[in-house]
Design a protein around this ligand. Structure first.
Ligand code: FAD
Length: 385
């Protein structure tokens, strides 16, 4: 897509955000449900496949284009982006990074059109920041006595938690460790369709924020999948997961910039409007200091994300930049949200007020797709190796 077309897409998204989502933010937060028809509208706009190549029905955006679009999506509740975030991001990218041509042809058009929702199932109770320690197992059916009954393929057993979009998912990208065979001990990624016997999705998690974006645990109990469910070659799943996360980190960093801009705009509007001591609080220099700090933070975050995205596209750097951007932008949006609440005073602590919701929504960004501490480790290791 050329930049003129991208500008058109961005302007349509800006309109969608302001007319179809912002007016319903408080309701989404209170009910944990997205407005009716929004999913279909997003699908018509191509939002389920903006990061999926055009040959599979997506918009085929480069990383630099994607972060610009995601900054617009970030201006409202993160639940909007979450509807199609896994298709474009961590789950869709498992296929893009590791899938065979046949798997891409079969599944990516369904994800790009929004016909299907995909989830990325890596995290477990004992494997969060250290996913290499995961316990979900995959066994070769041919290793087992009952092969004649069930045919070739694999058997998966395990429990994943905090899986975004699991309650809606049509397909899971599941990471599991081989219990035998040539890839014994190594991790593979497998495609598991939601209706497969033995797959159970738990109730929706009750989260602090980002309401309207659903997560839940997913249990795999003797789940049998055919040989072509394996994504790529056996044992390559961990490398695929790490590549997907590098892309996802830039995407999340762009979300943080969008949300921080929103928190700042809310701050400025309130500071102008609210009067104390006979003056608008915006006239007080201590309030101006908070606003100036937030503006500086937002500009620094935006510049870092755009620069890291350009290096990602050129291939110059796909590790250091994404981690630096995710680390800085996720910490930054929490600082900006905190100042926004401060400028709102007691009002900022009340449910139904935008900045109170933003404060809760922003908190997740420092935790998922690698906590801030994990980003620090990735950054330092990259520099010291
Ligand atoms: C709302 C939500 C959505 C999510 N969506 C998905 C999803 O779609 N798919 C998926 O697979 N996962 C998902 N996750 C999981 C998420 O990626 C993990 O929660 C995250 O990686 C942290 O793992 P953990 O929760 O087990 O924390 P832990 O790993 O237990 O970390 C606890 C604390 O210890 C610190 N820590 C851990 N190891 C180290 C270390 N080596 N050095 C220094 N500090 C360390 C961490 O930074 C953190 O502060 C989601 C989580 C949430 C909350």
């Amino acid at each position: 897509m050329d930049d003129a077309d991208l500008d058109d897409v961005i302007s349509t998204i800006r309109d969608l955000v302001r007319t179809r989502v912002i007016p319903f933010e408080a309701e989404i937060d209170a009910t944990d449900e997205m407005p009716a028809g929004l999913r279909e509208e997003a699908a018509r706009m191509g939002l389920f496949g903006f990061a999926i190549p055009e040959e599979y029905g997506g918009l085929g955006l480069s990383m630099a284009q994607e972060v610009r679009l995601v900054m617009e999506l970030g201006y409202t509740t993160p639940a909007l982006r979450s509807m199609f975030g896994t298709n474009n991001g961590i789950a869709g990218h498992v296929l893009l990074e590791g899938g065979t041509r046949e798997q891409k042809k079969l599944y990516l058009p369904k994800l790009a059109s929004g016909q299907w929702t995909a989830s990325f199932a890596l995290t477990e109770e004992q494997a969060g920041s250290d996913p290499a320690g995961l316990a979900t197992s995959v066994a070769d059916v041919s290793d087992e006595a009952d092969r004649r009954a069930s045919g070739d393929g694999y058997v998966i057993n395990g429990l994943k938690r905090f899986i975004t979009n699991a309650p809606l998912a049509d397909v899971f990208m599941v990471f599991a460790r081989h219990s035998g065979g040539e890839a014994k001990g190594k991790i593979s990624a497998l495609l598991v369709e939601a209706g497969t016997p033995g797959v159970t999705v738990g109730p929706r998690d009750e989260k602090m924020g980002q309401h309207g974006a659903w997560t839940s645990e997913v249990r795999f109990e003797d789940v049998r999948v055919p040989p072509d469910a394996l994504i790529g070659t056996p044992g390559e799943g961990y490398v695929t997961a790490m590549r997907c996360l590098a892309h996802g980190r830039l995407h999340i960093a762009a979300m943080c910039v969008g949300l921080a801009q929103r928190a700042l705009d809310e701050t400025i509007a309130y500071a102008r409007d609210r009067h104390q001591g006979g003056h608008a609080i915006a006239e007080y220099q201590l309030i101006q200091g908070l606003i100036a700090d937030s503006q500086t933070d937002v500009m620094a975050g935006r510049a870092l994300v755009l620069s890291a995205a350009a290096d990602f596209d050129s291939g110059a750097d796909r590790r250091l930049g994404p981690s630096c951007a995710k680390y800085f932008a996720s910490e930054m949006v929490c600082r900006v949200a905190d100042r926004a609440v401060q400028v709102h005073g007691g009002v900022g602590y009340m449910r139904g007020v935008s900045v109170e919701r933003i404060y809760r929504d922003a908190r997740l960004f420092r935790i998922y797709e690698g906590t801030s501490q994990i980003q620090q480790l990735v950054i330092a290791r990259e520099l010291l190796r």
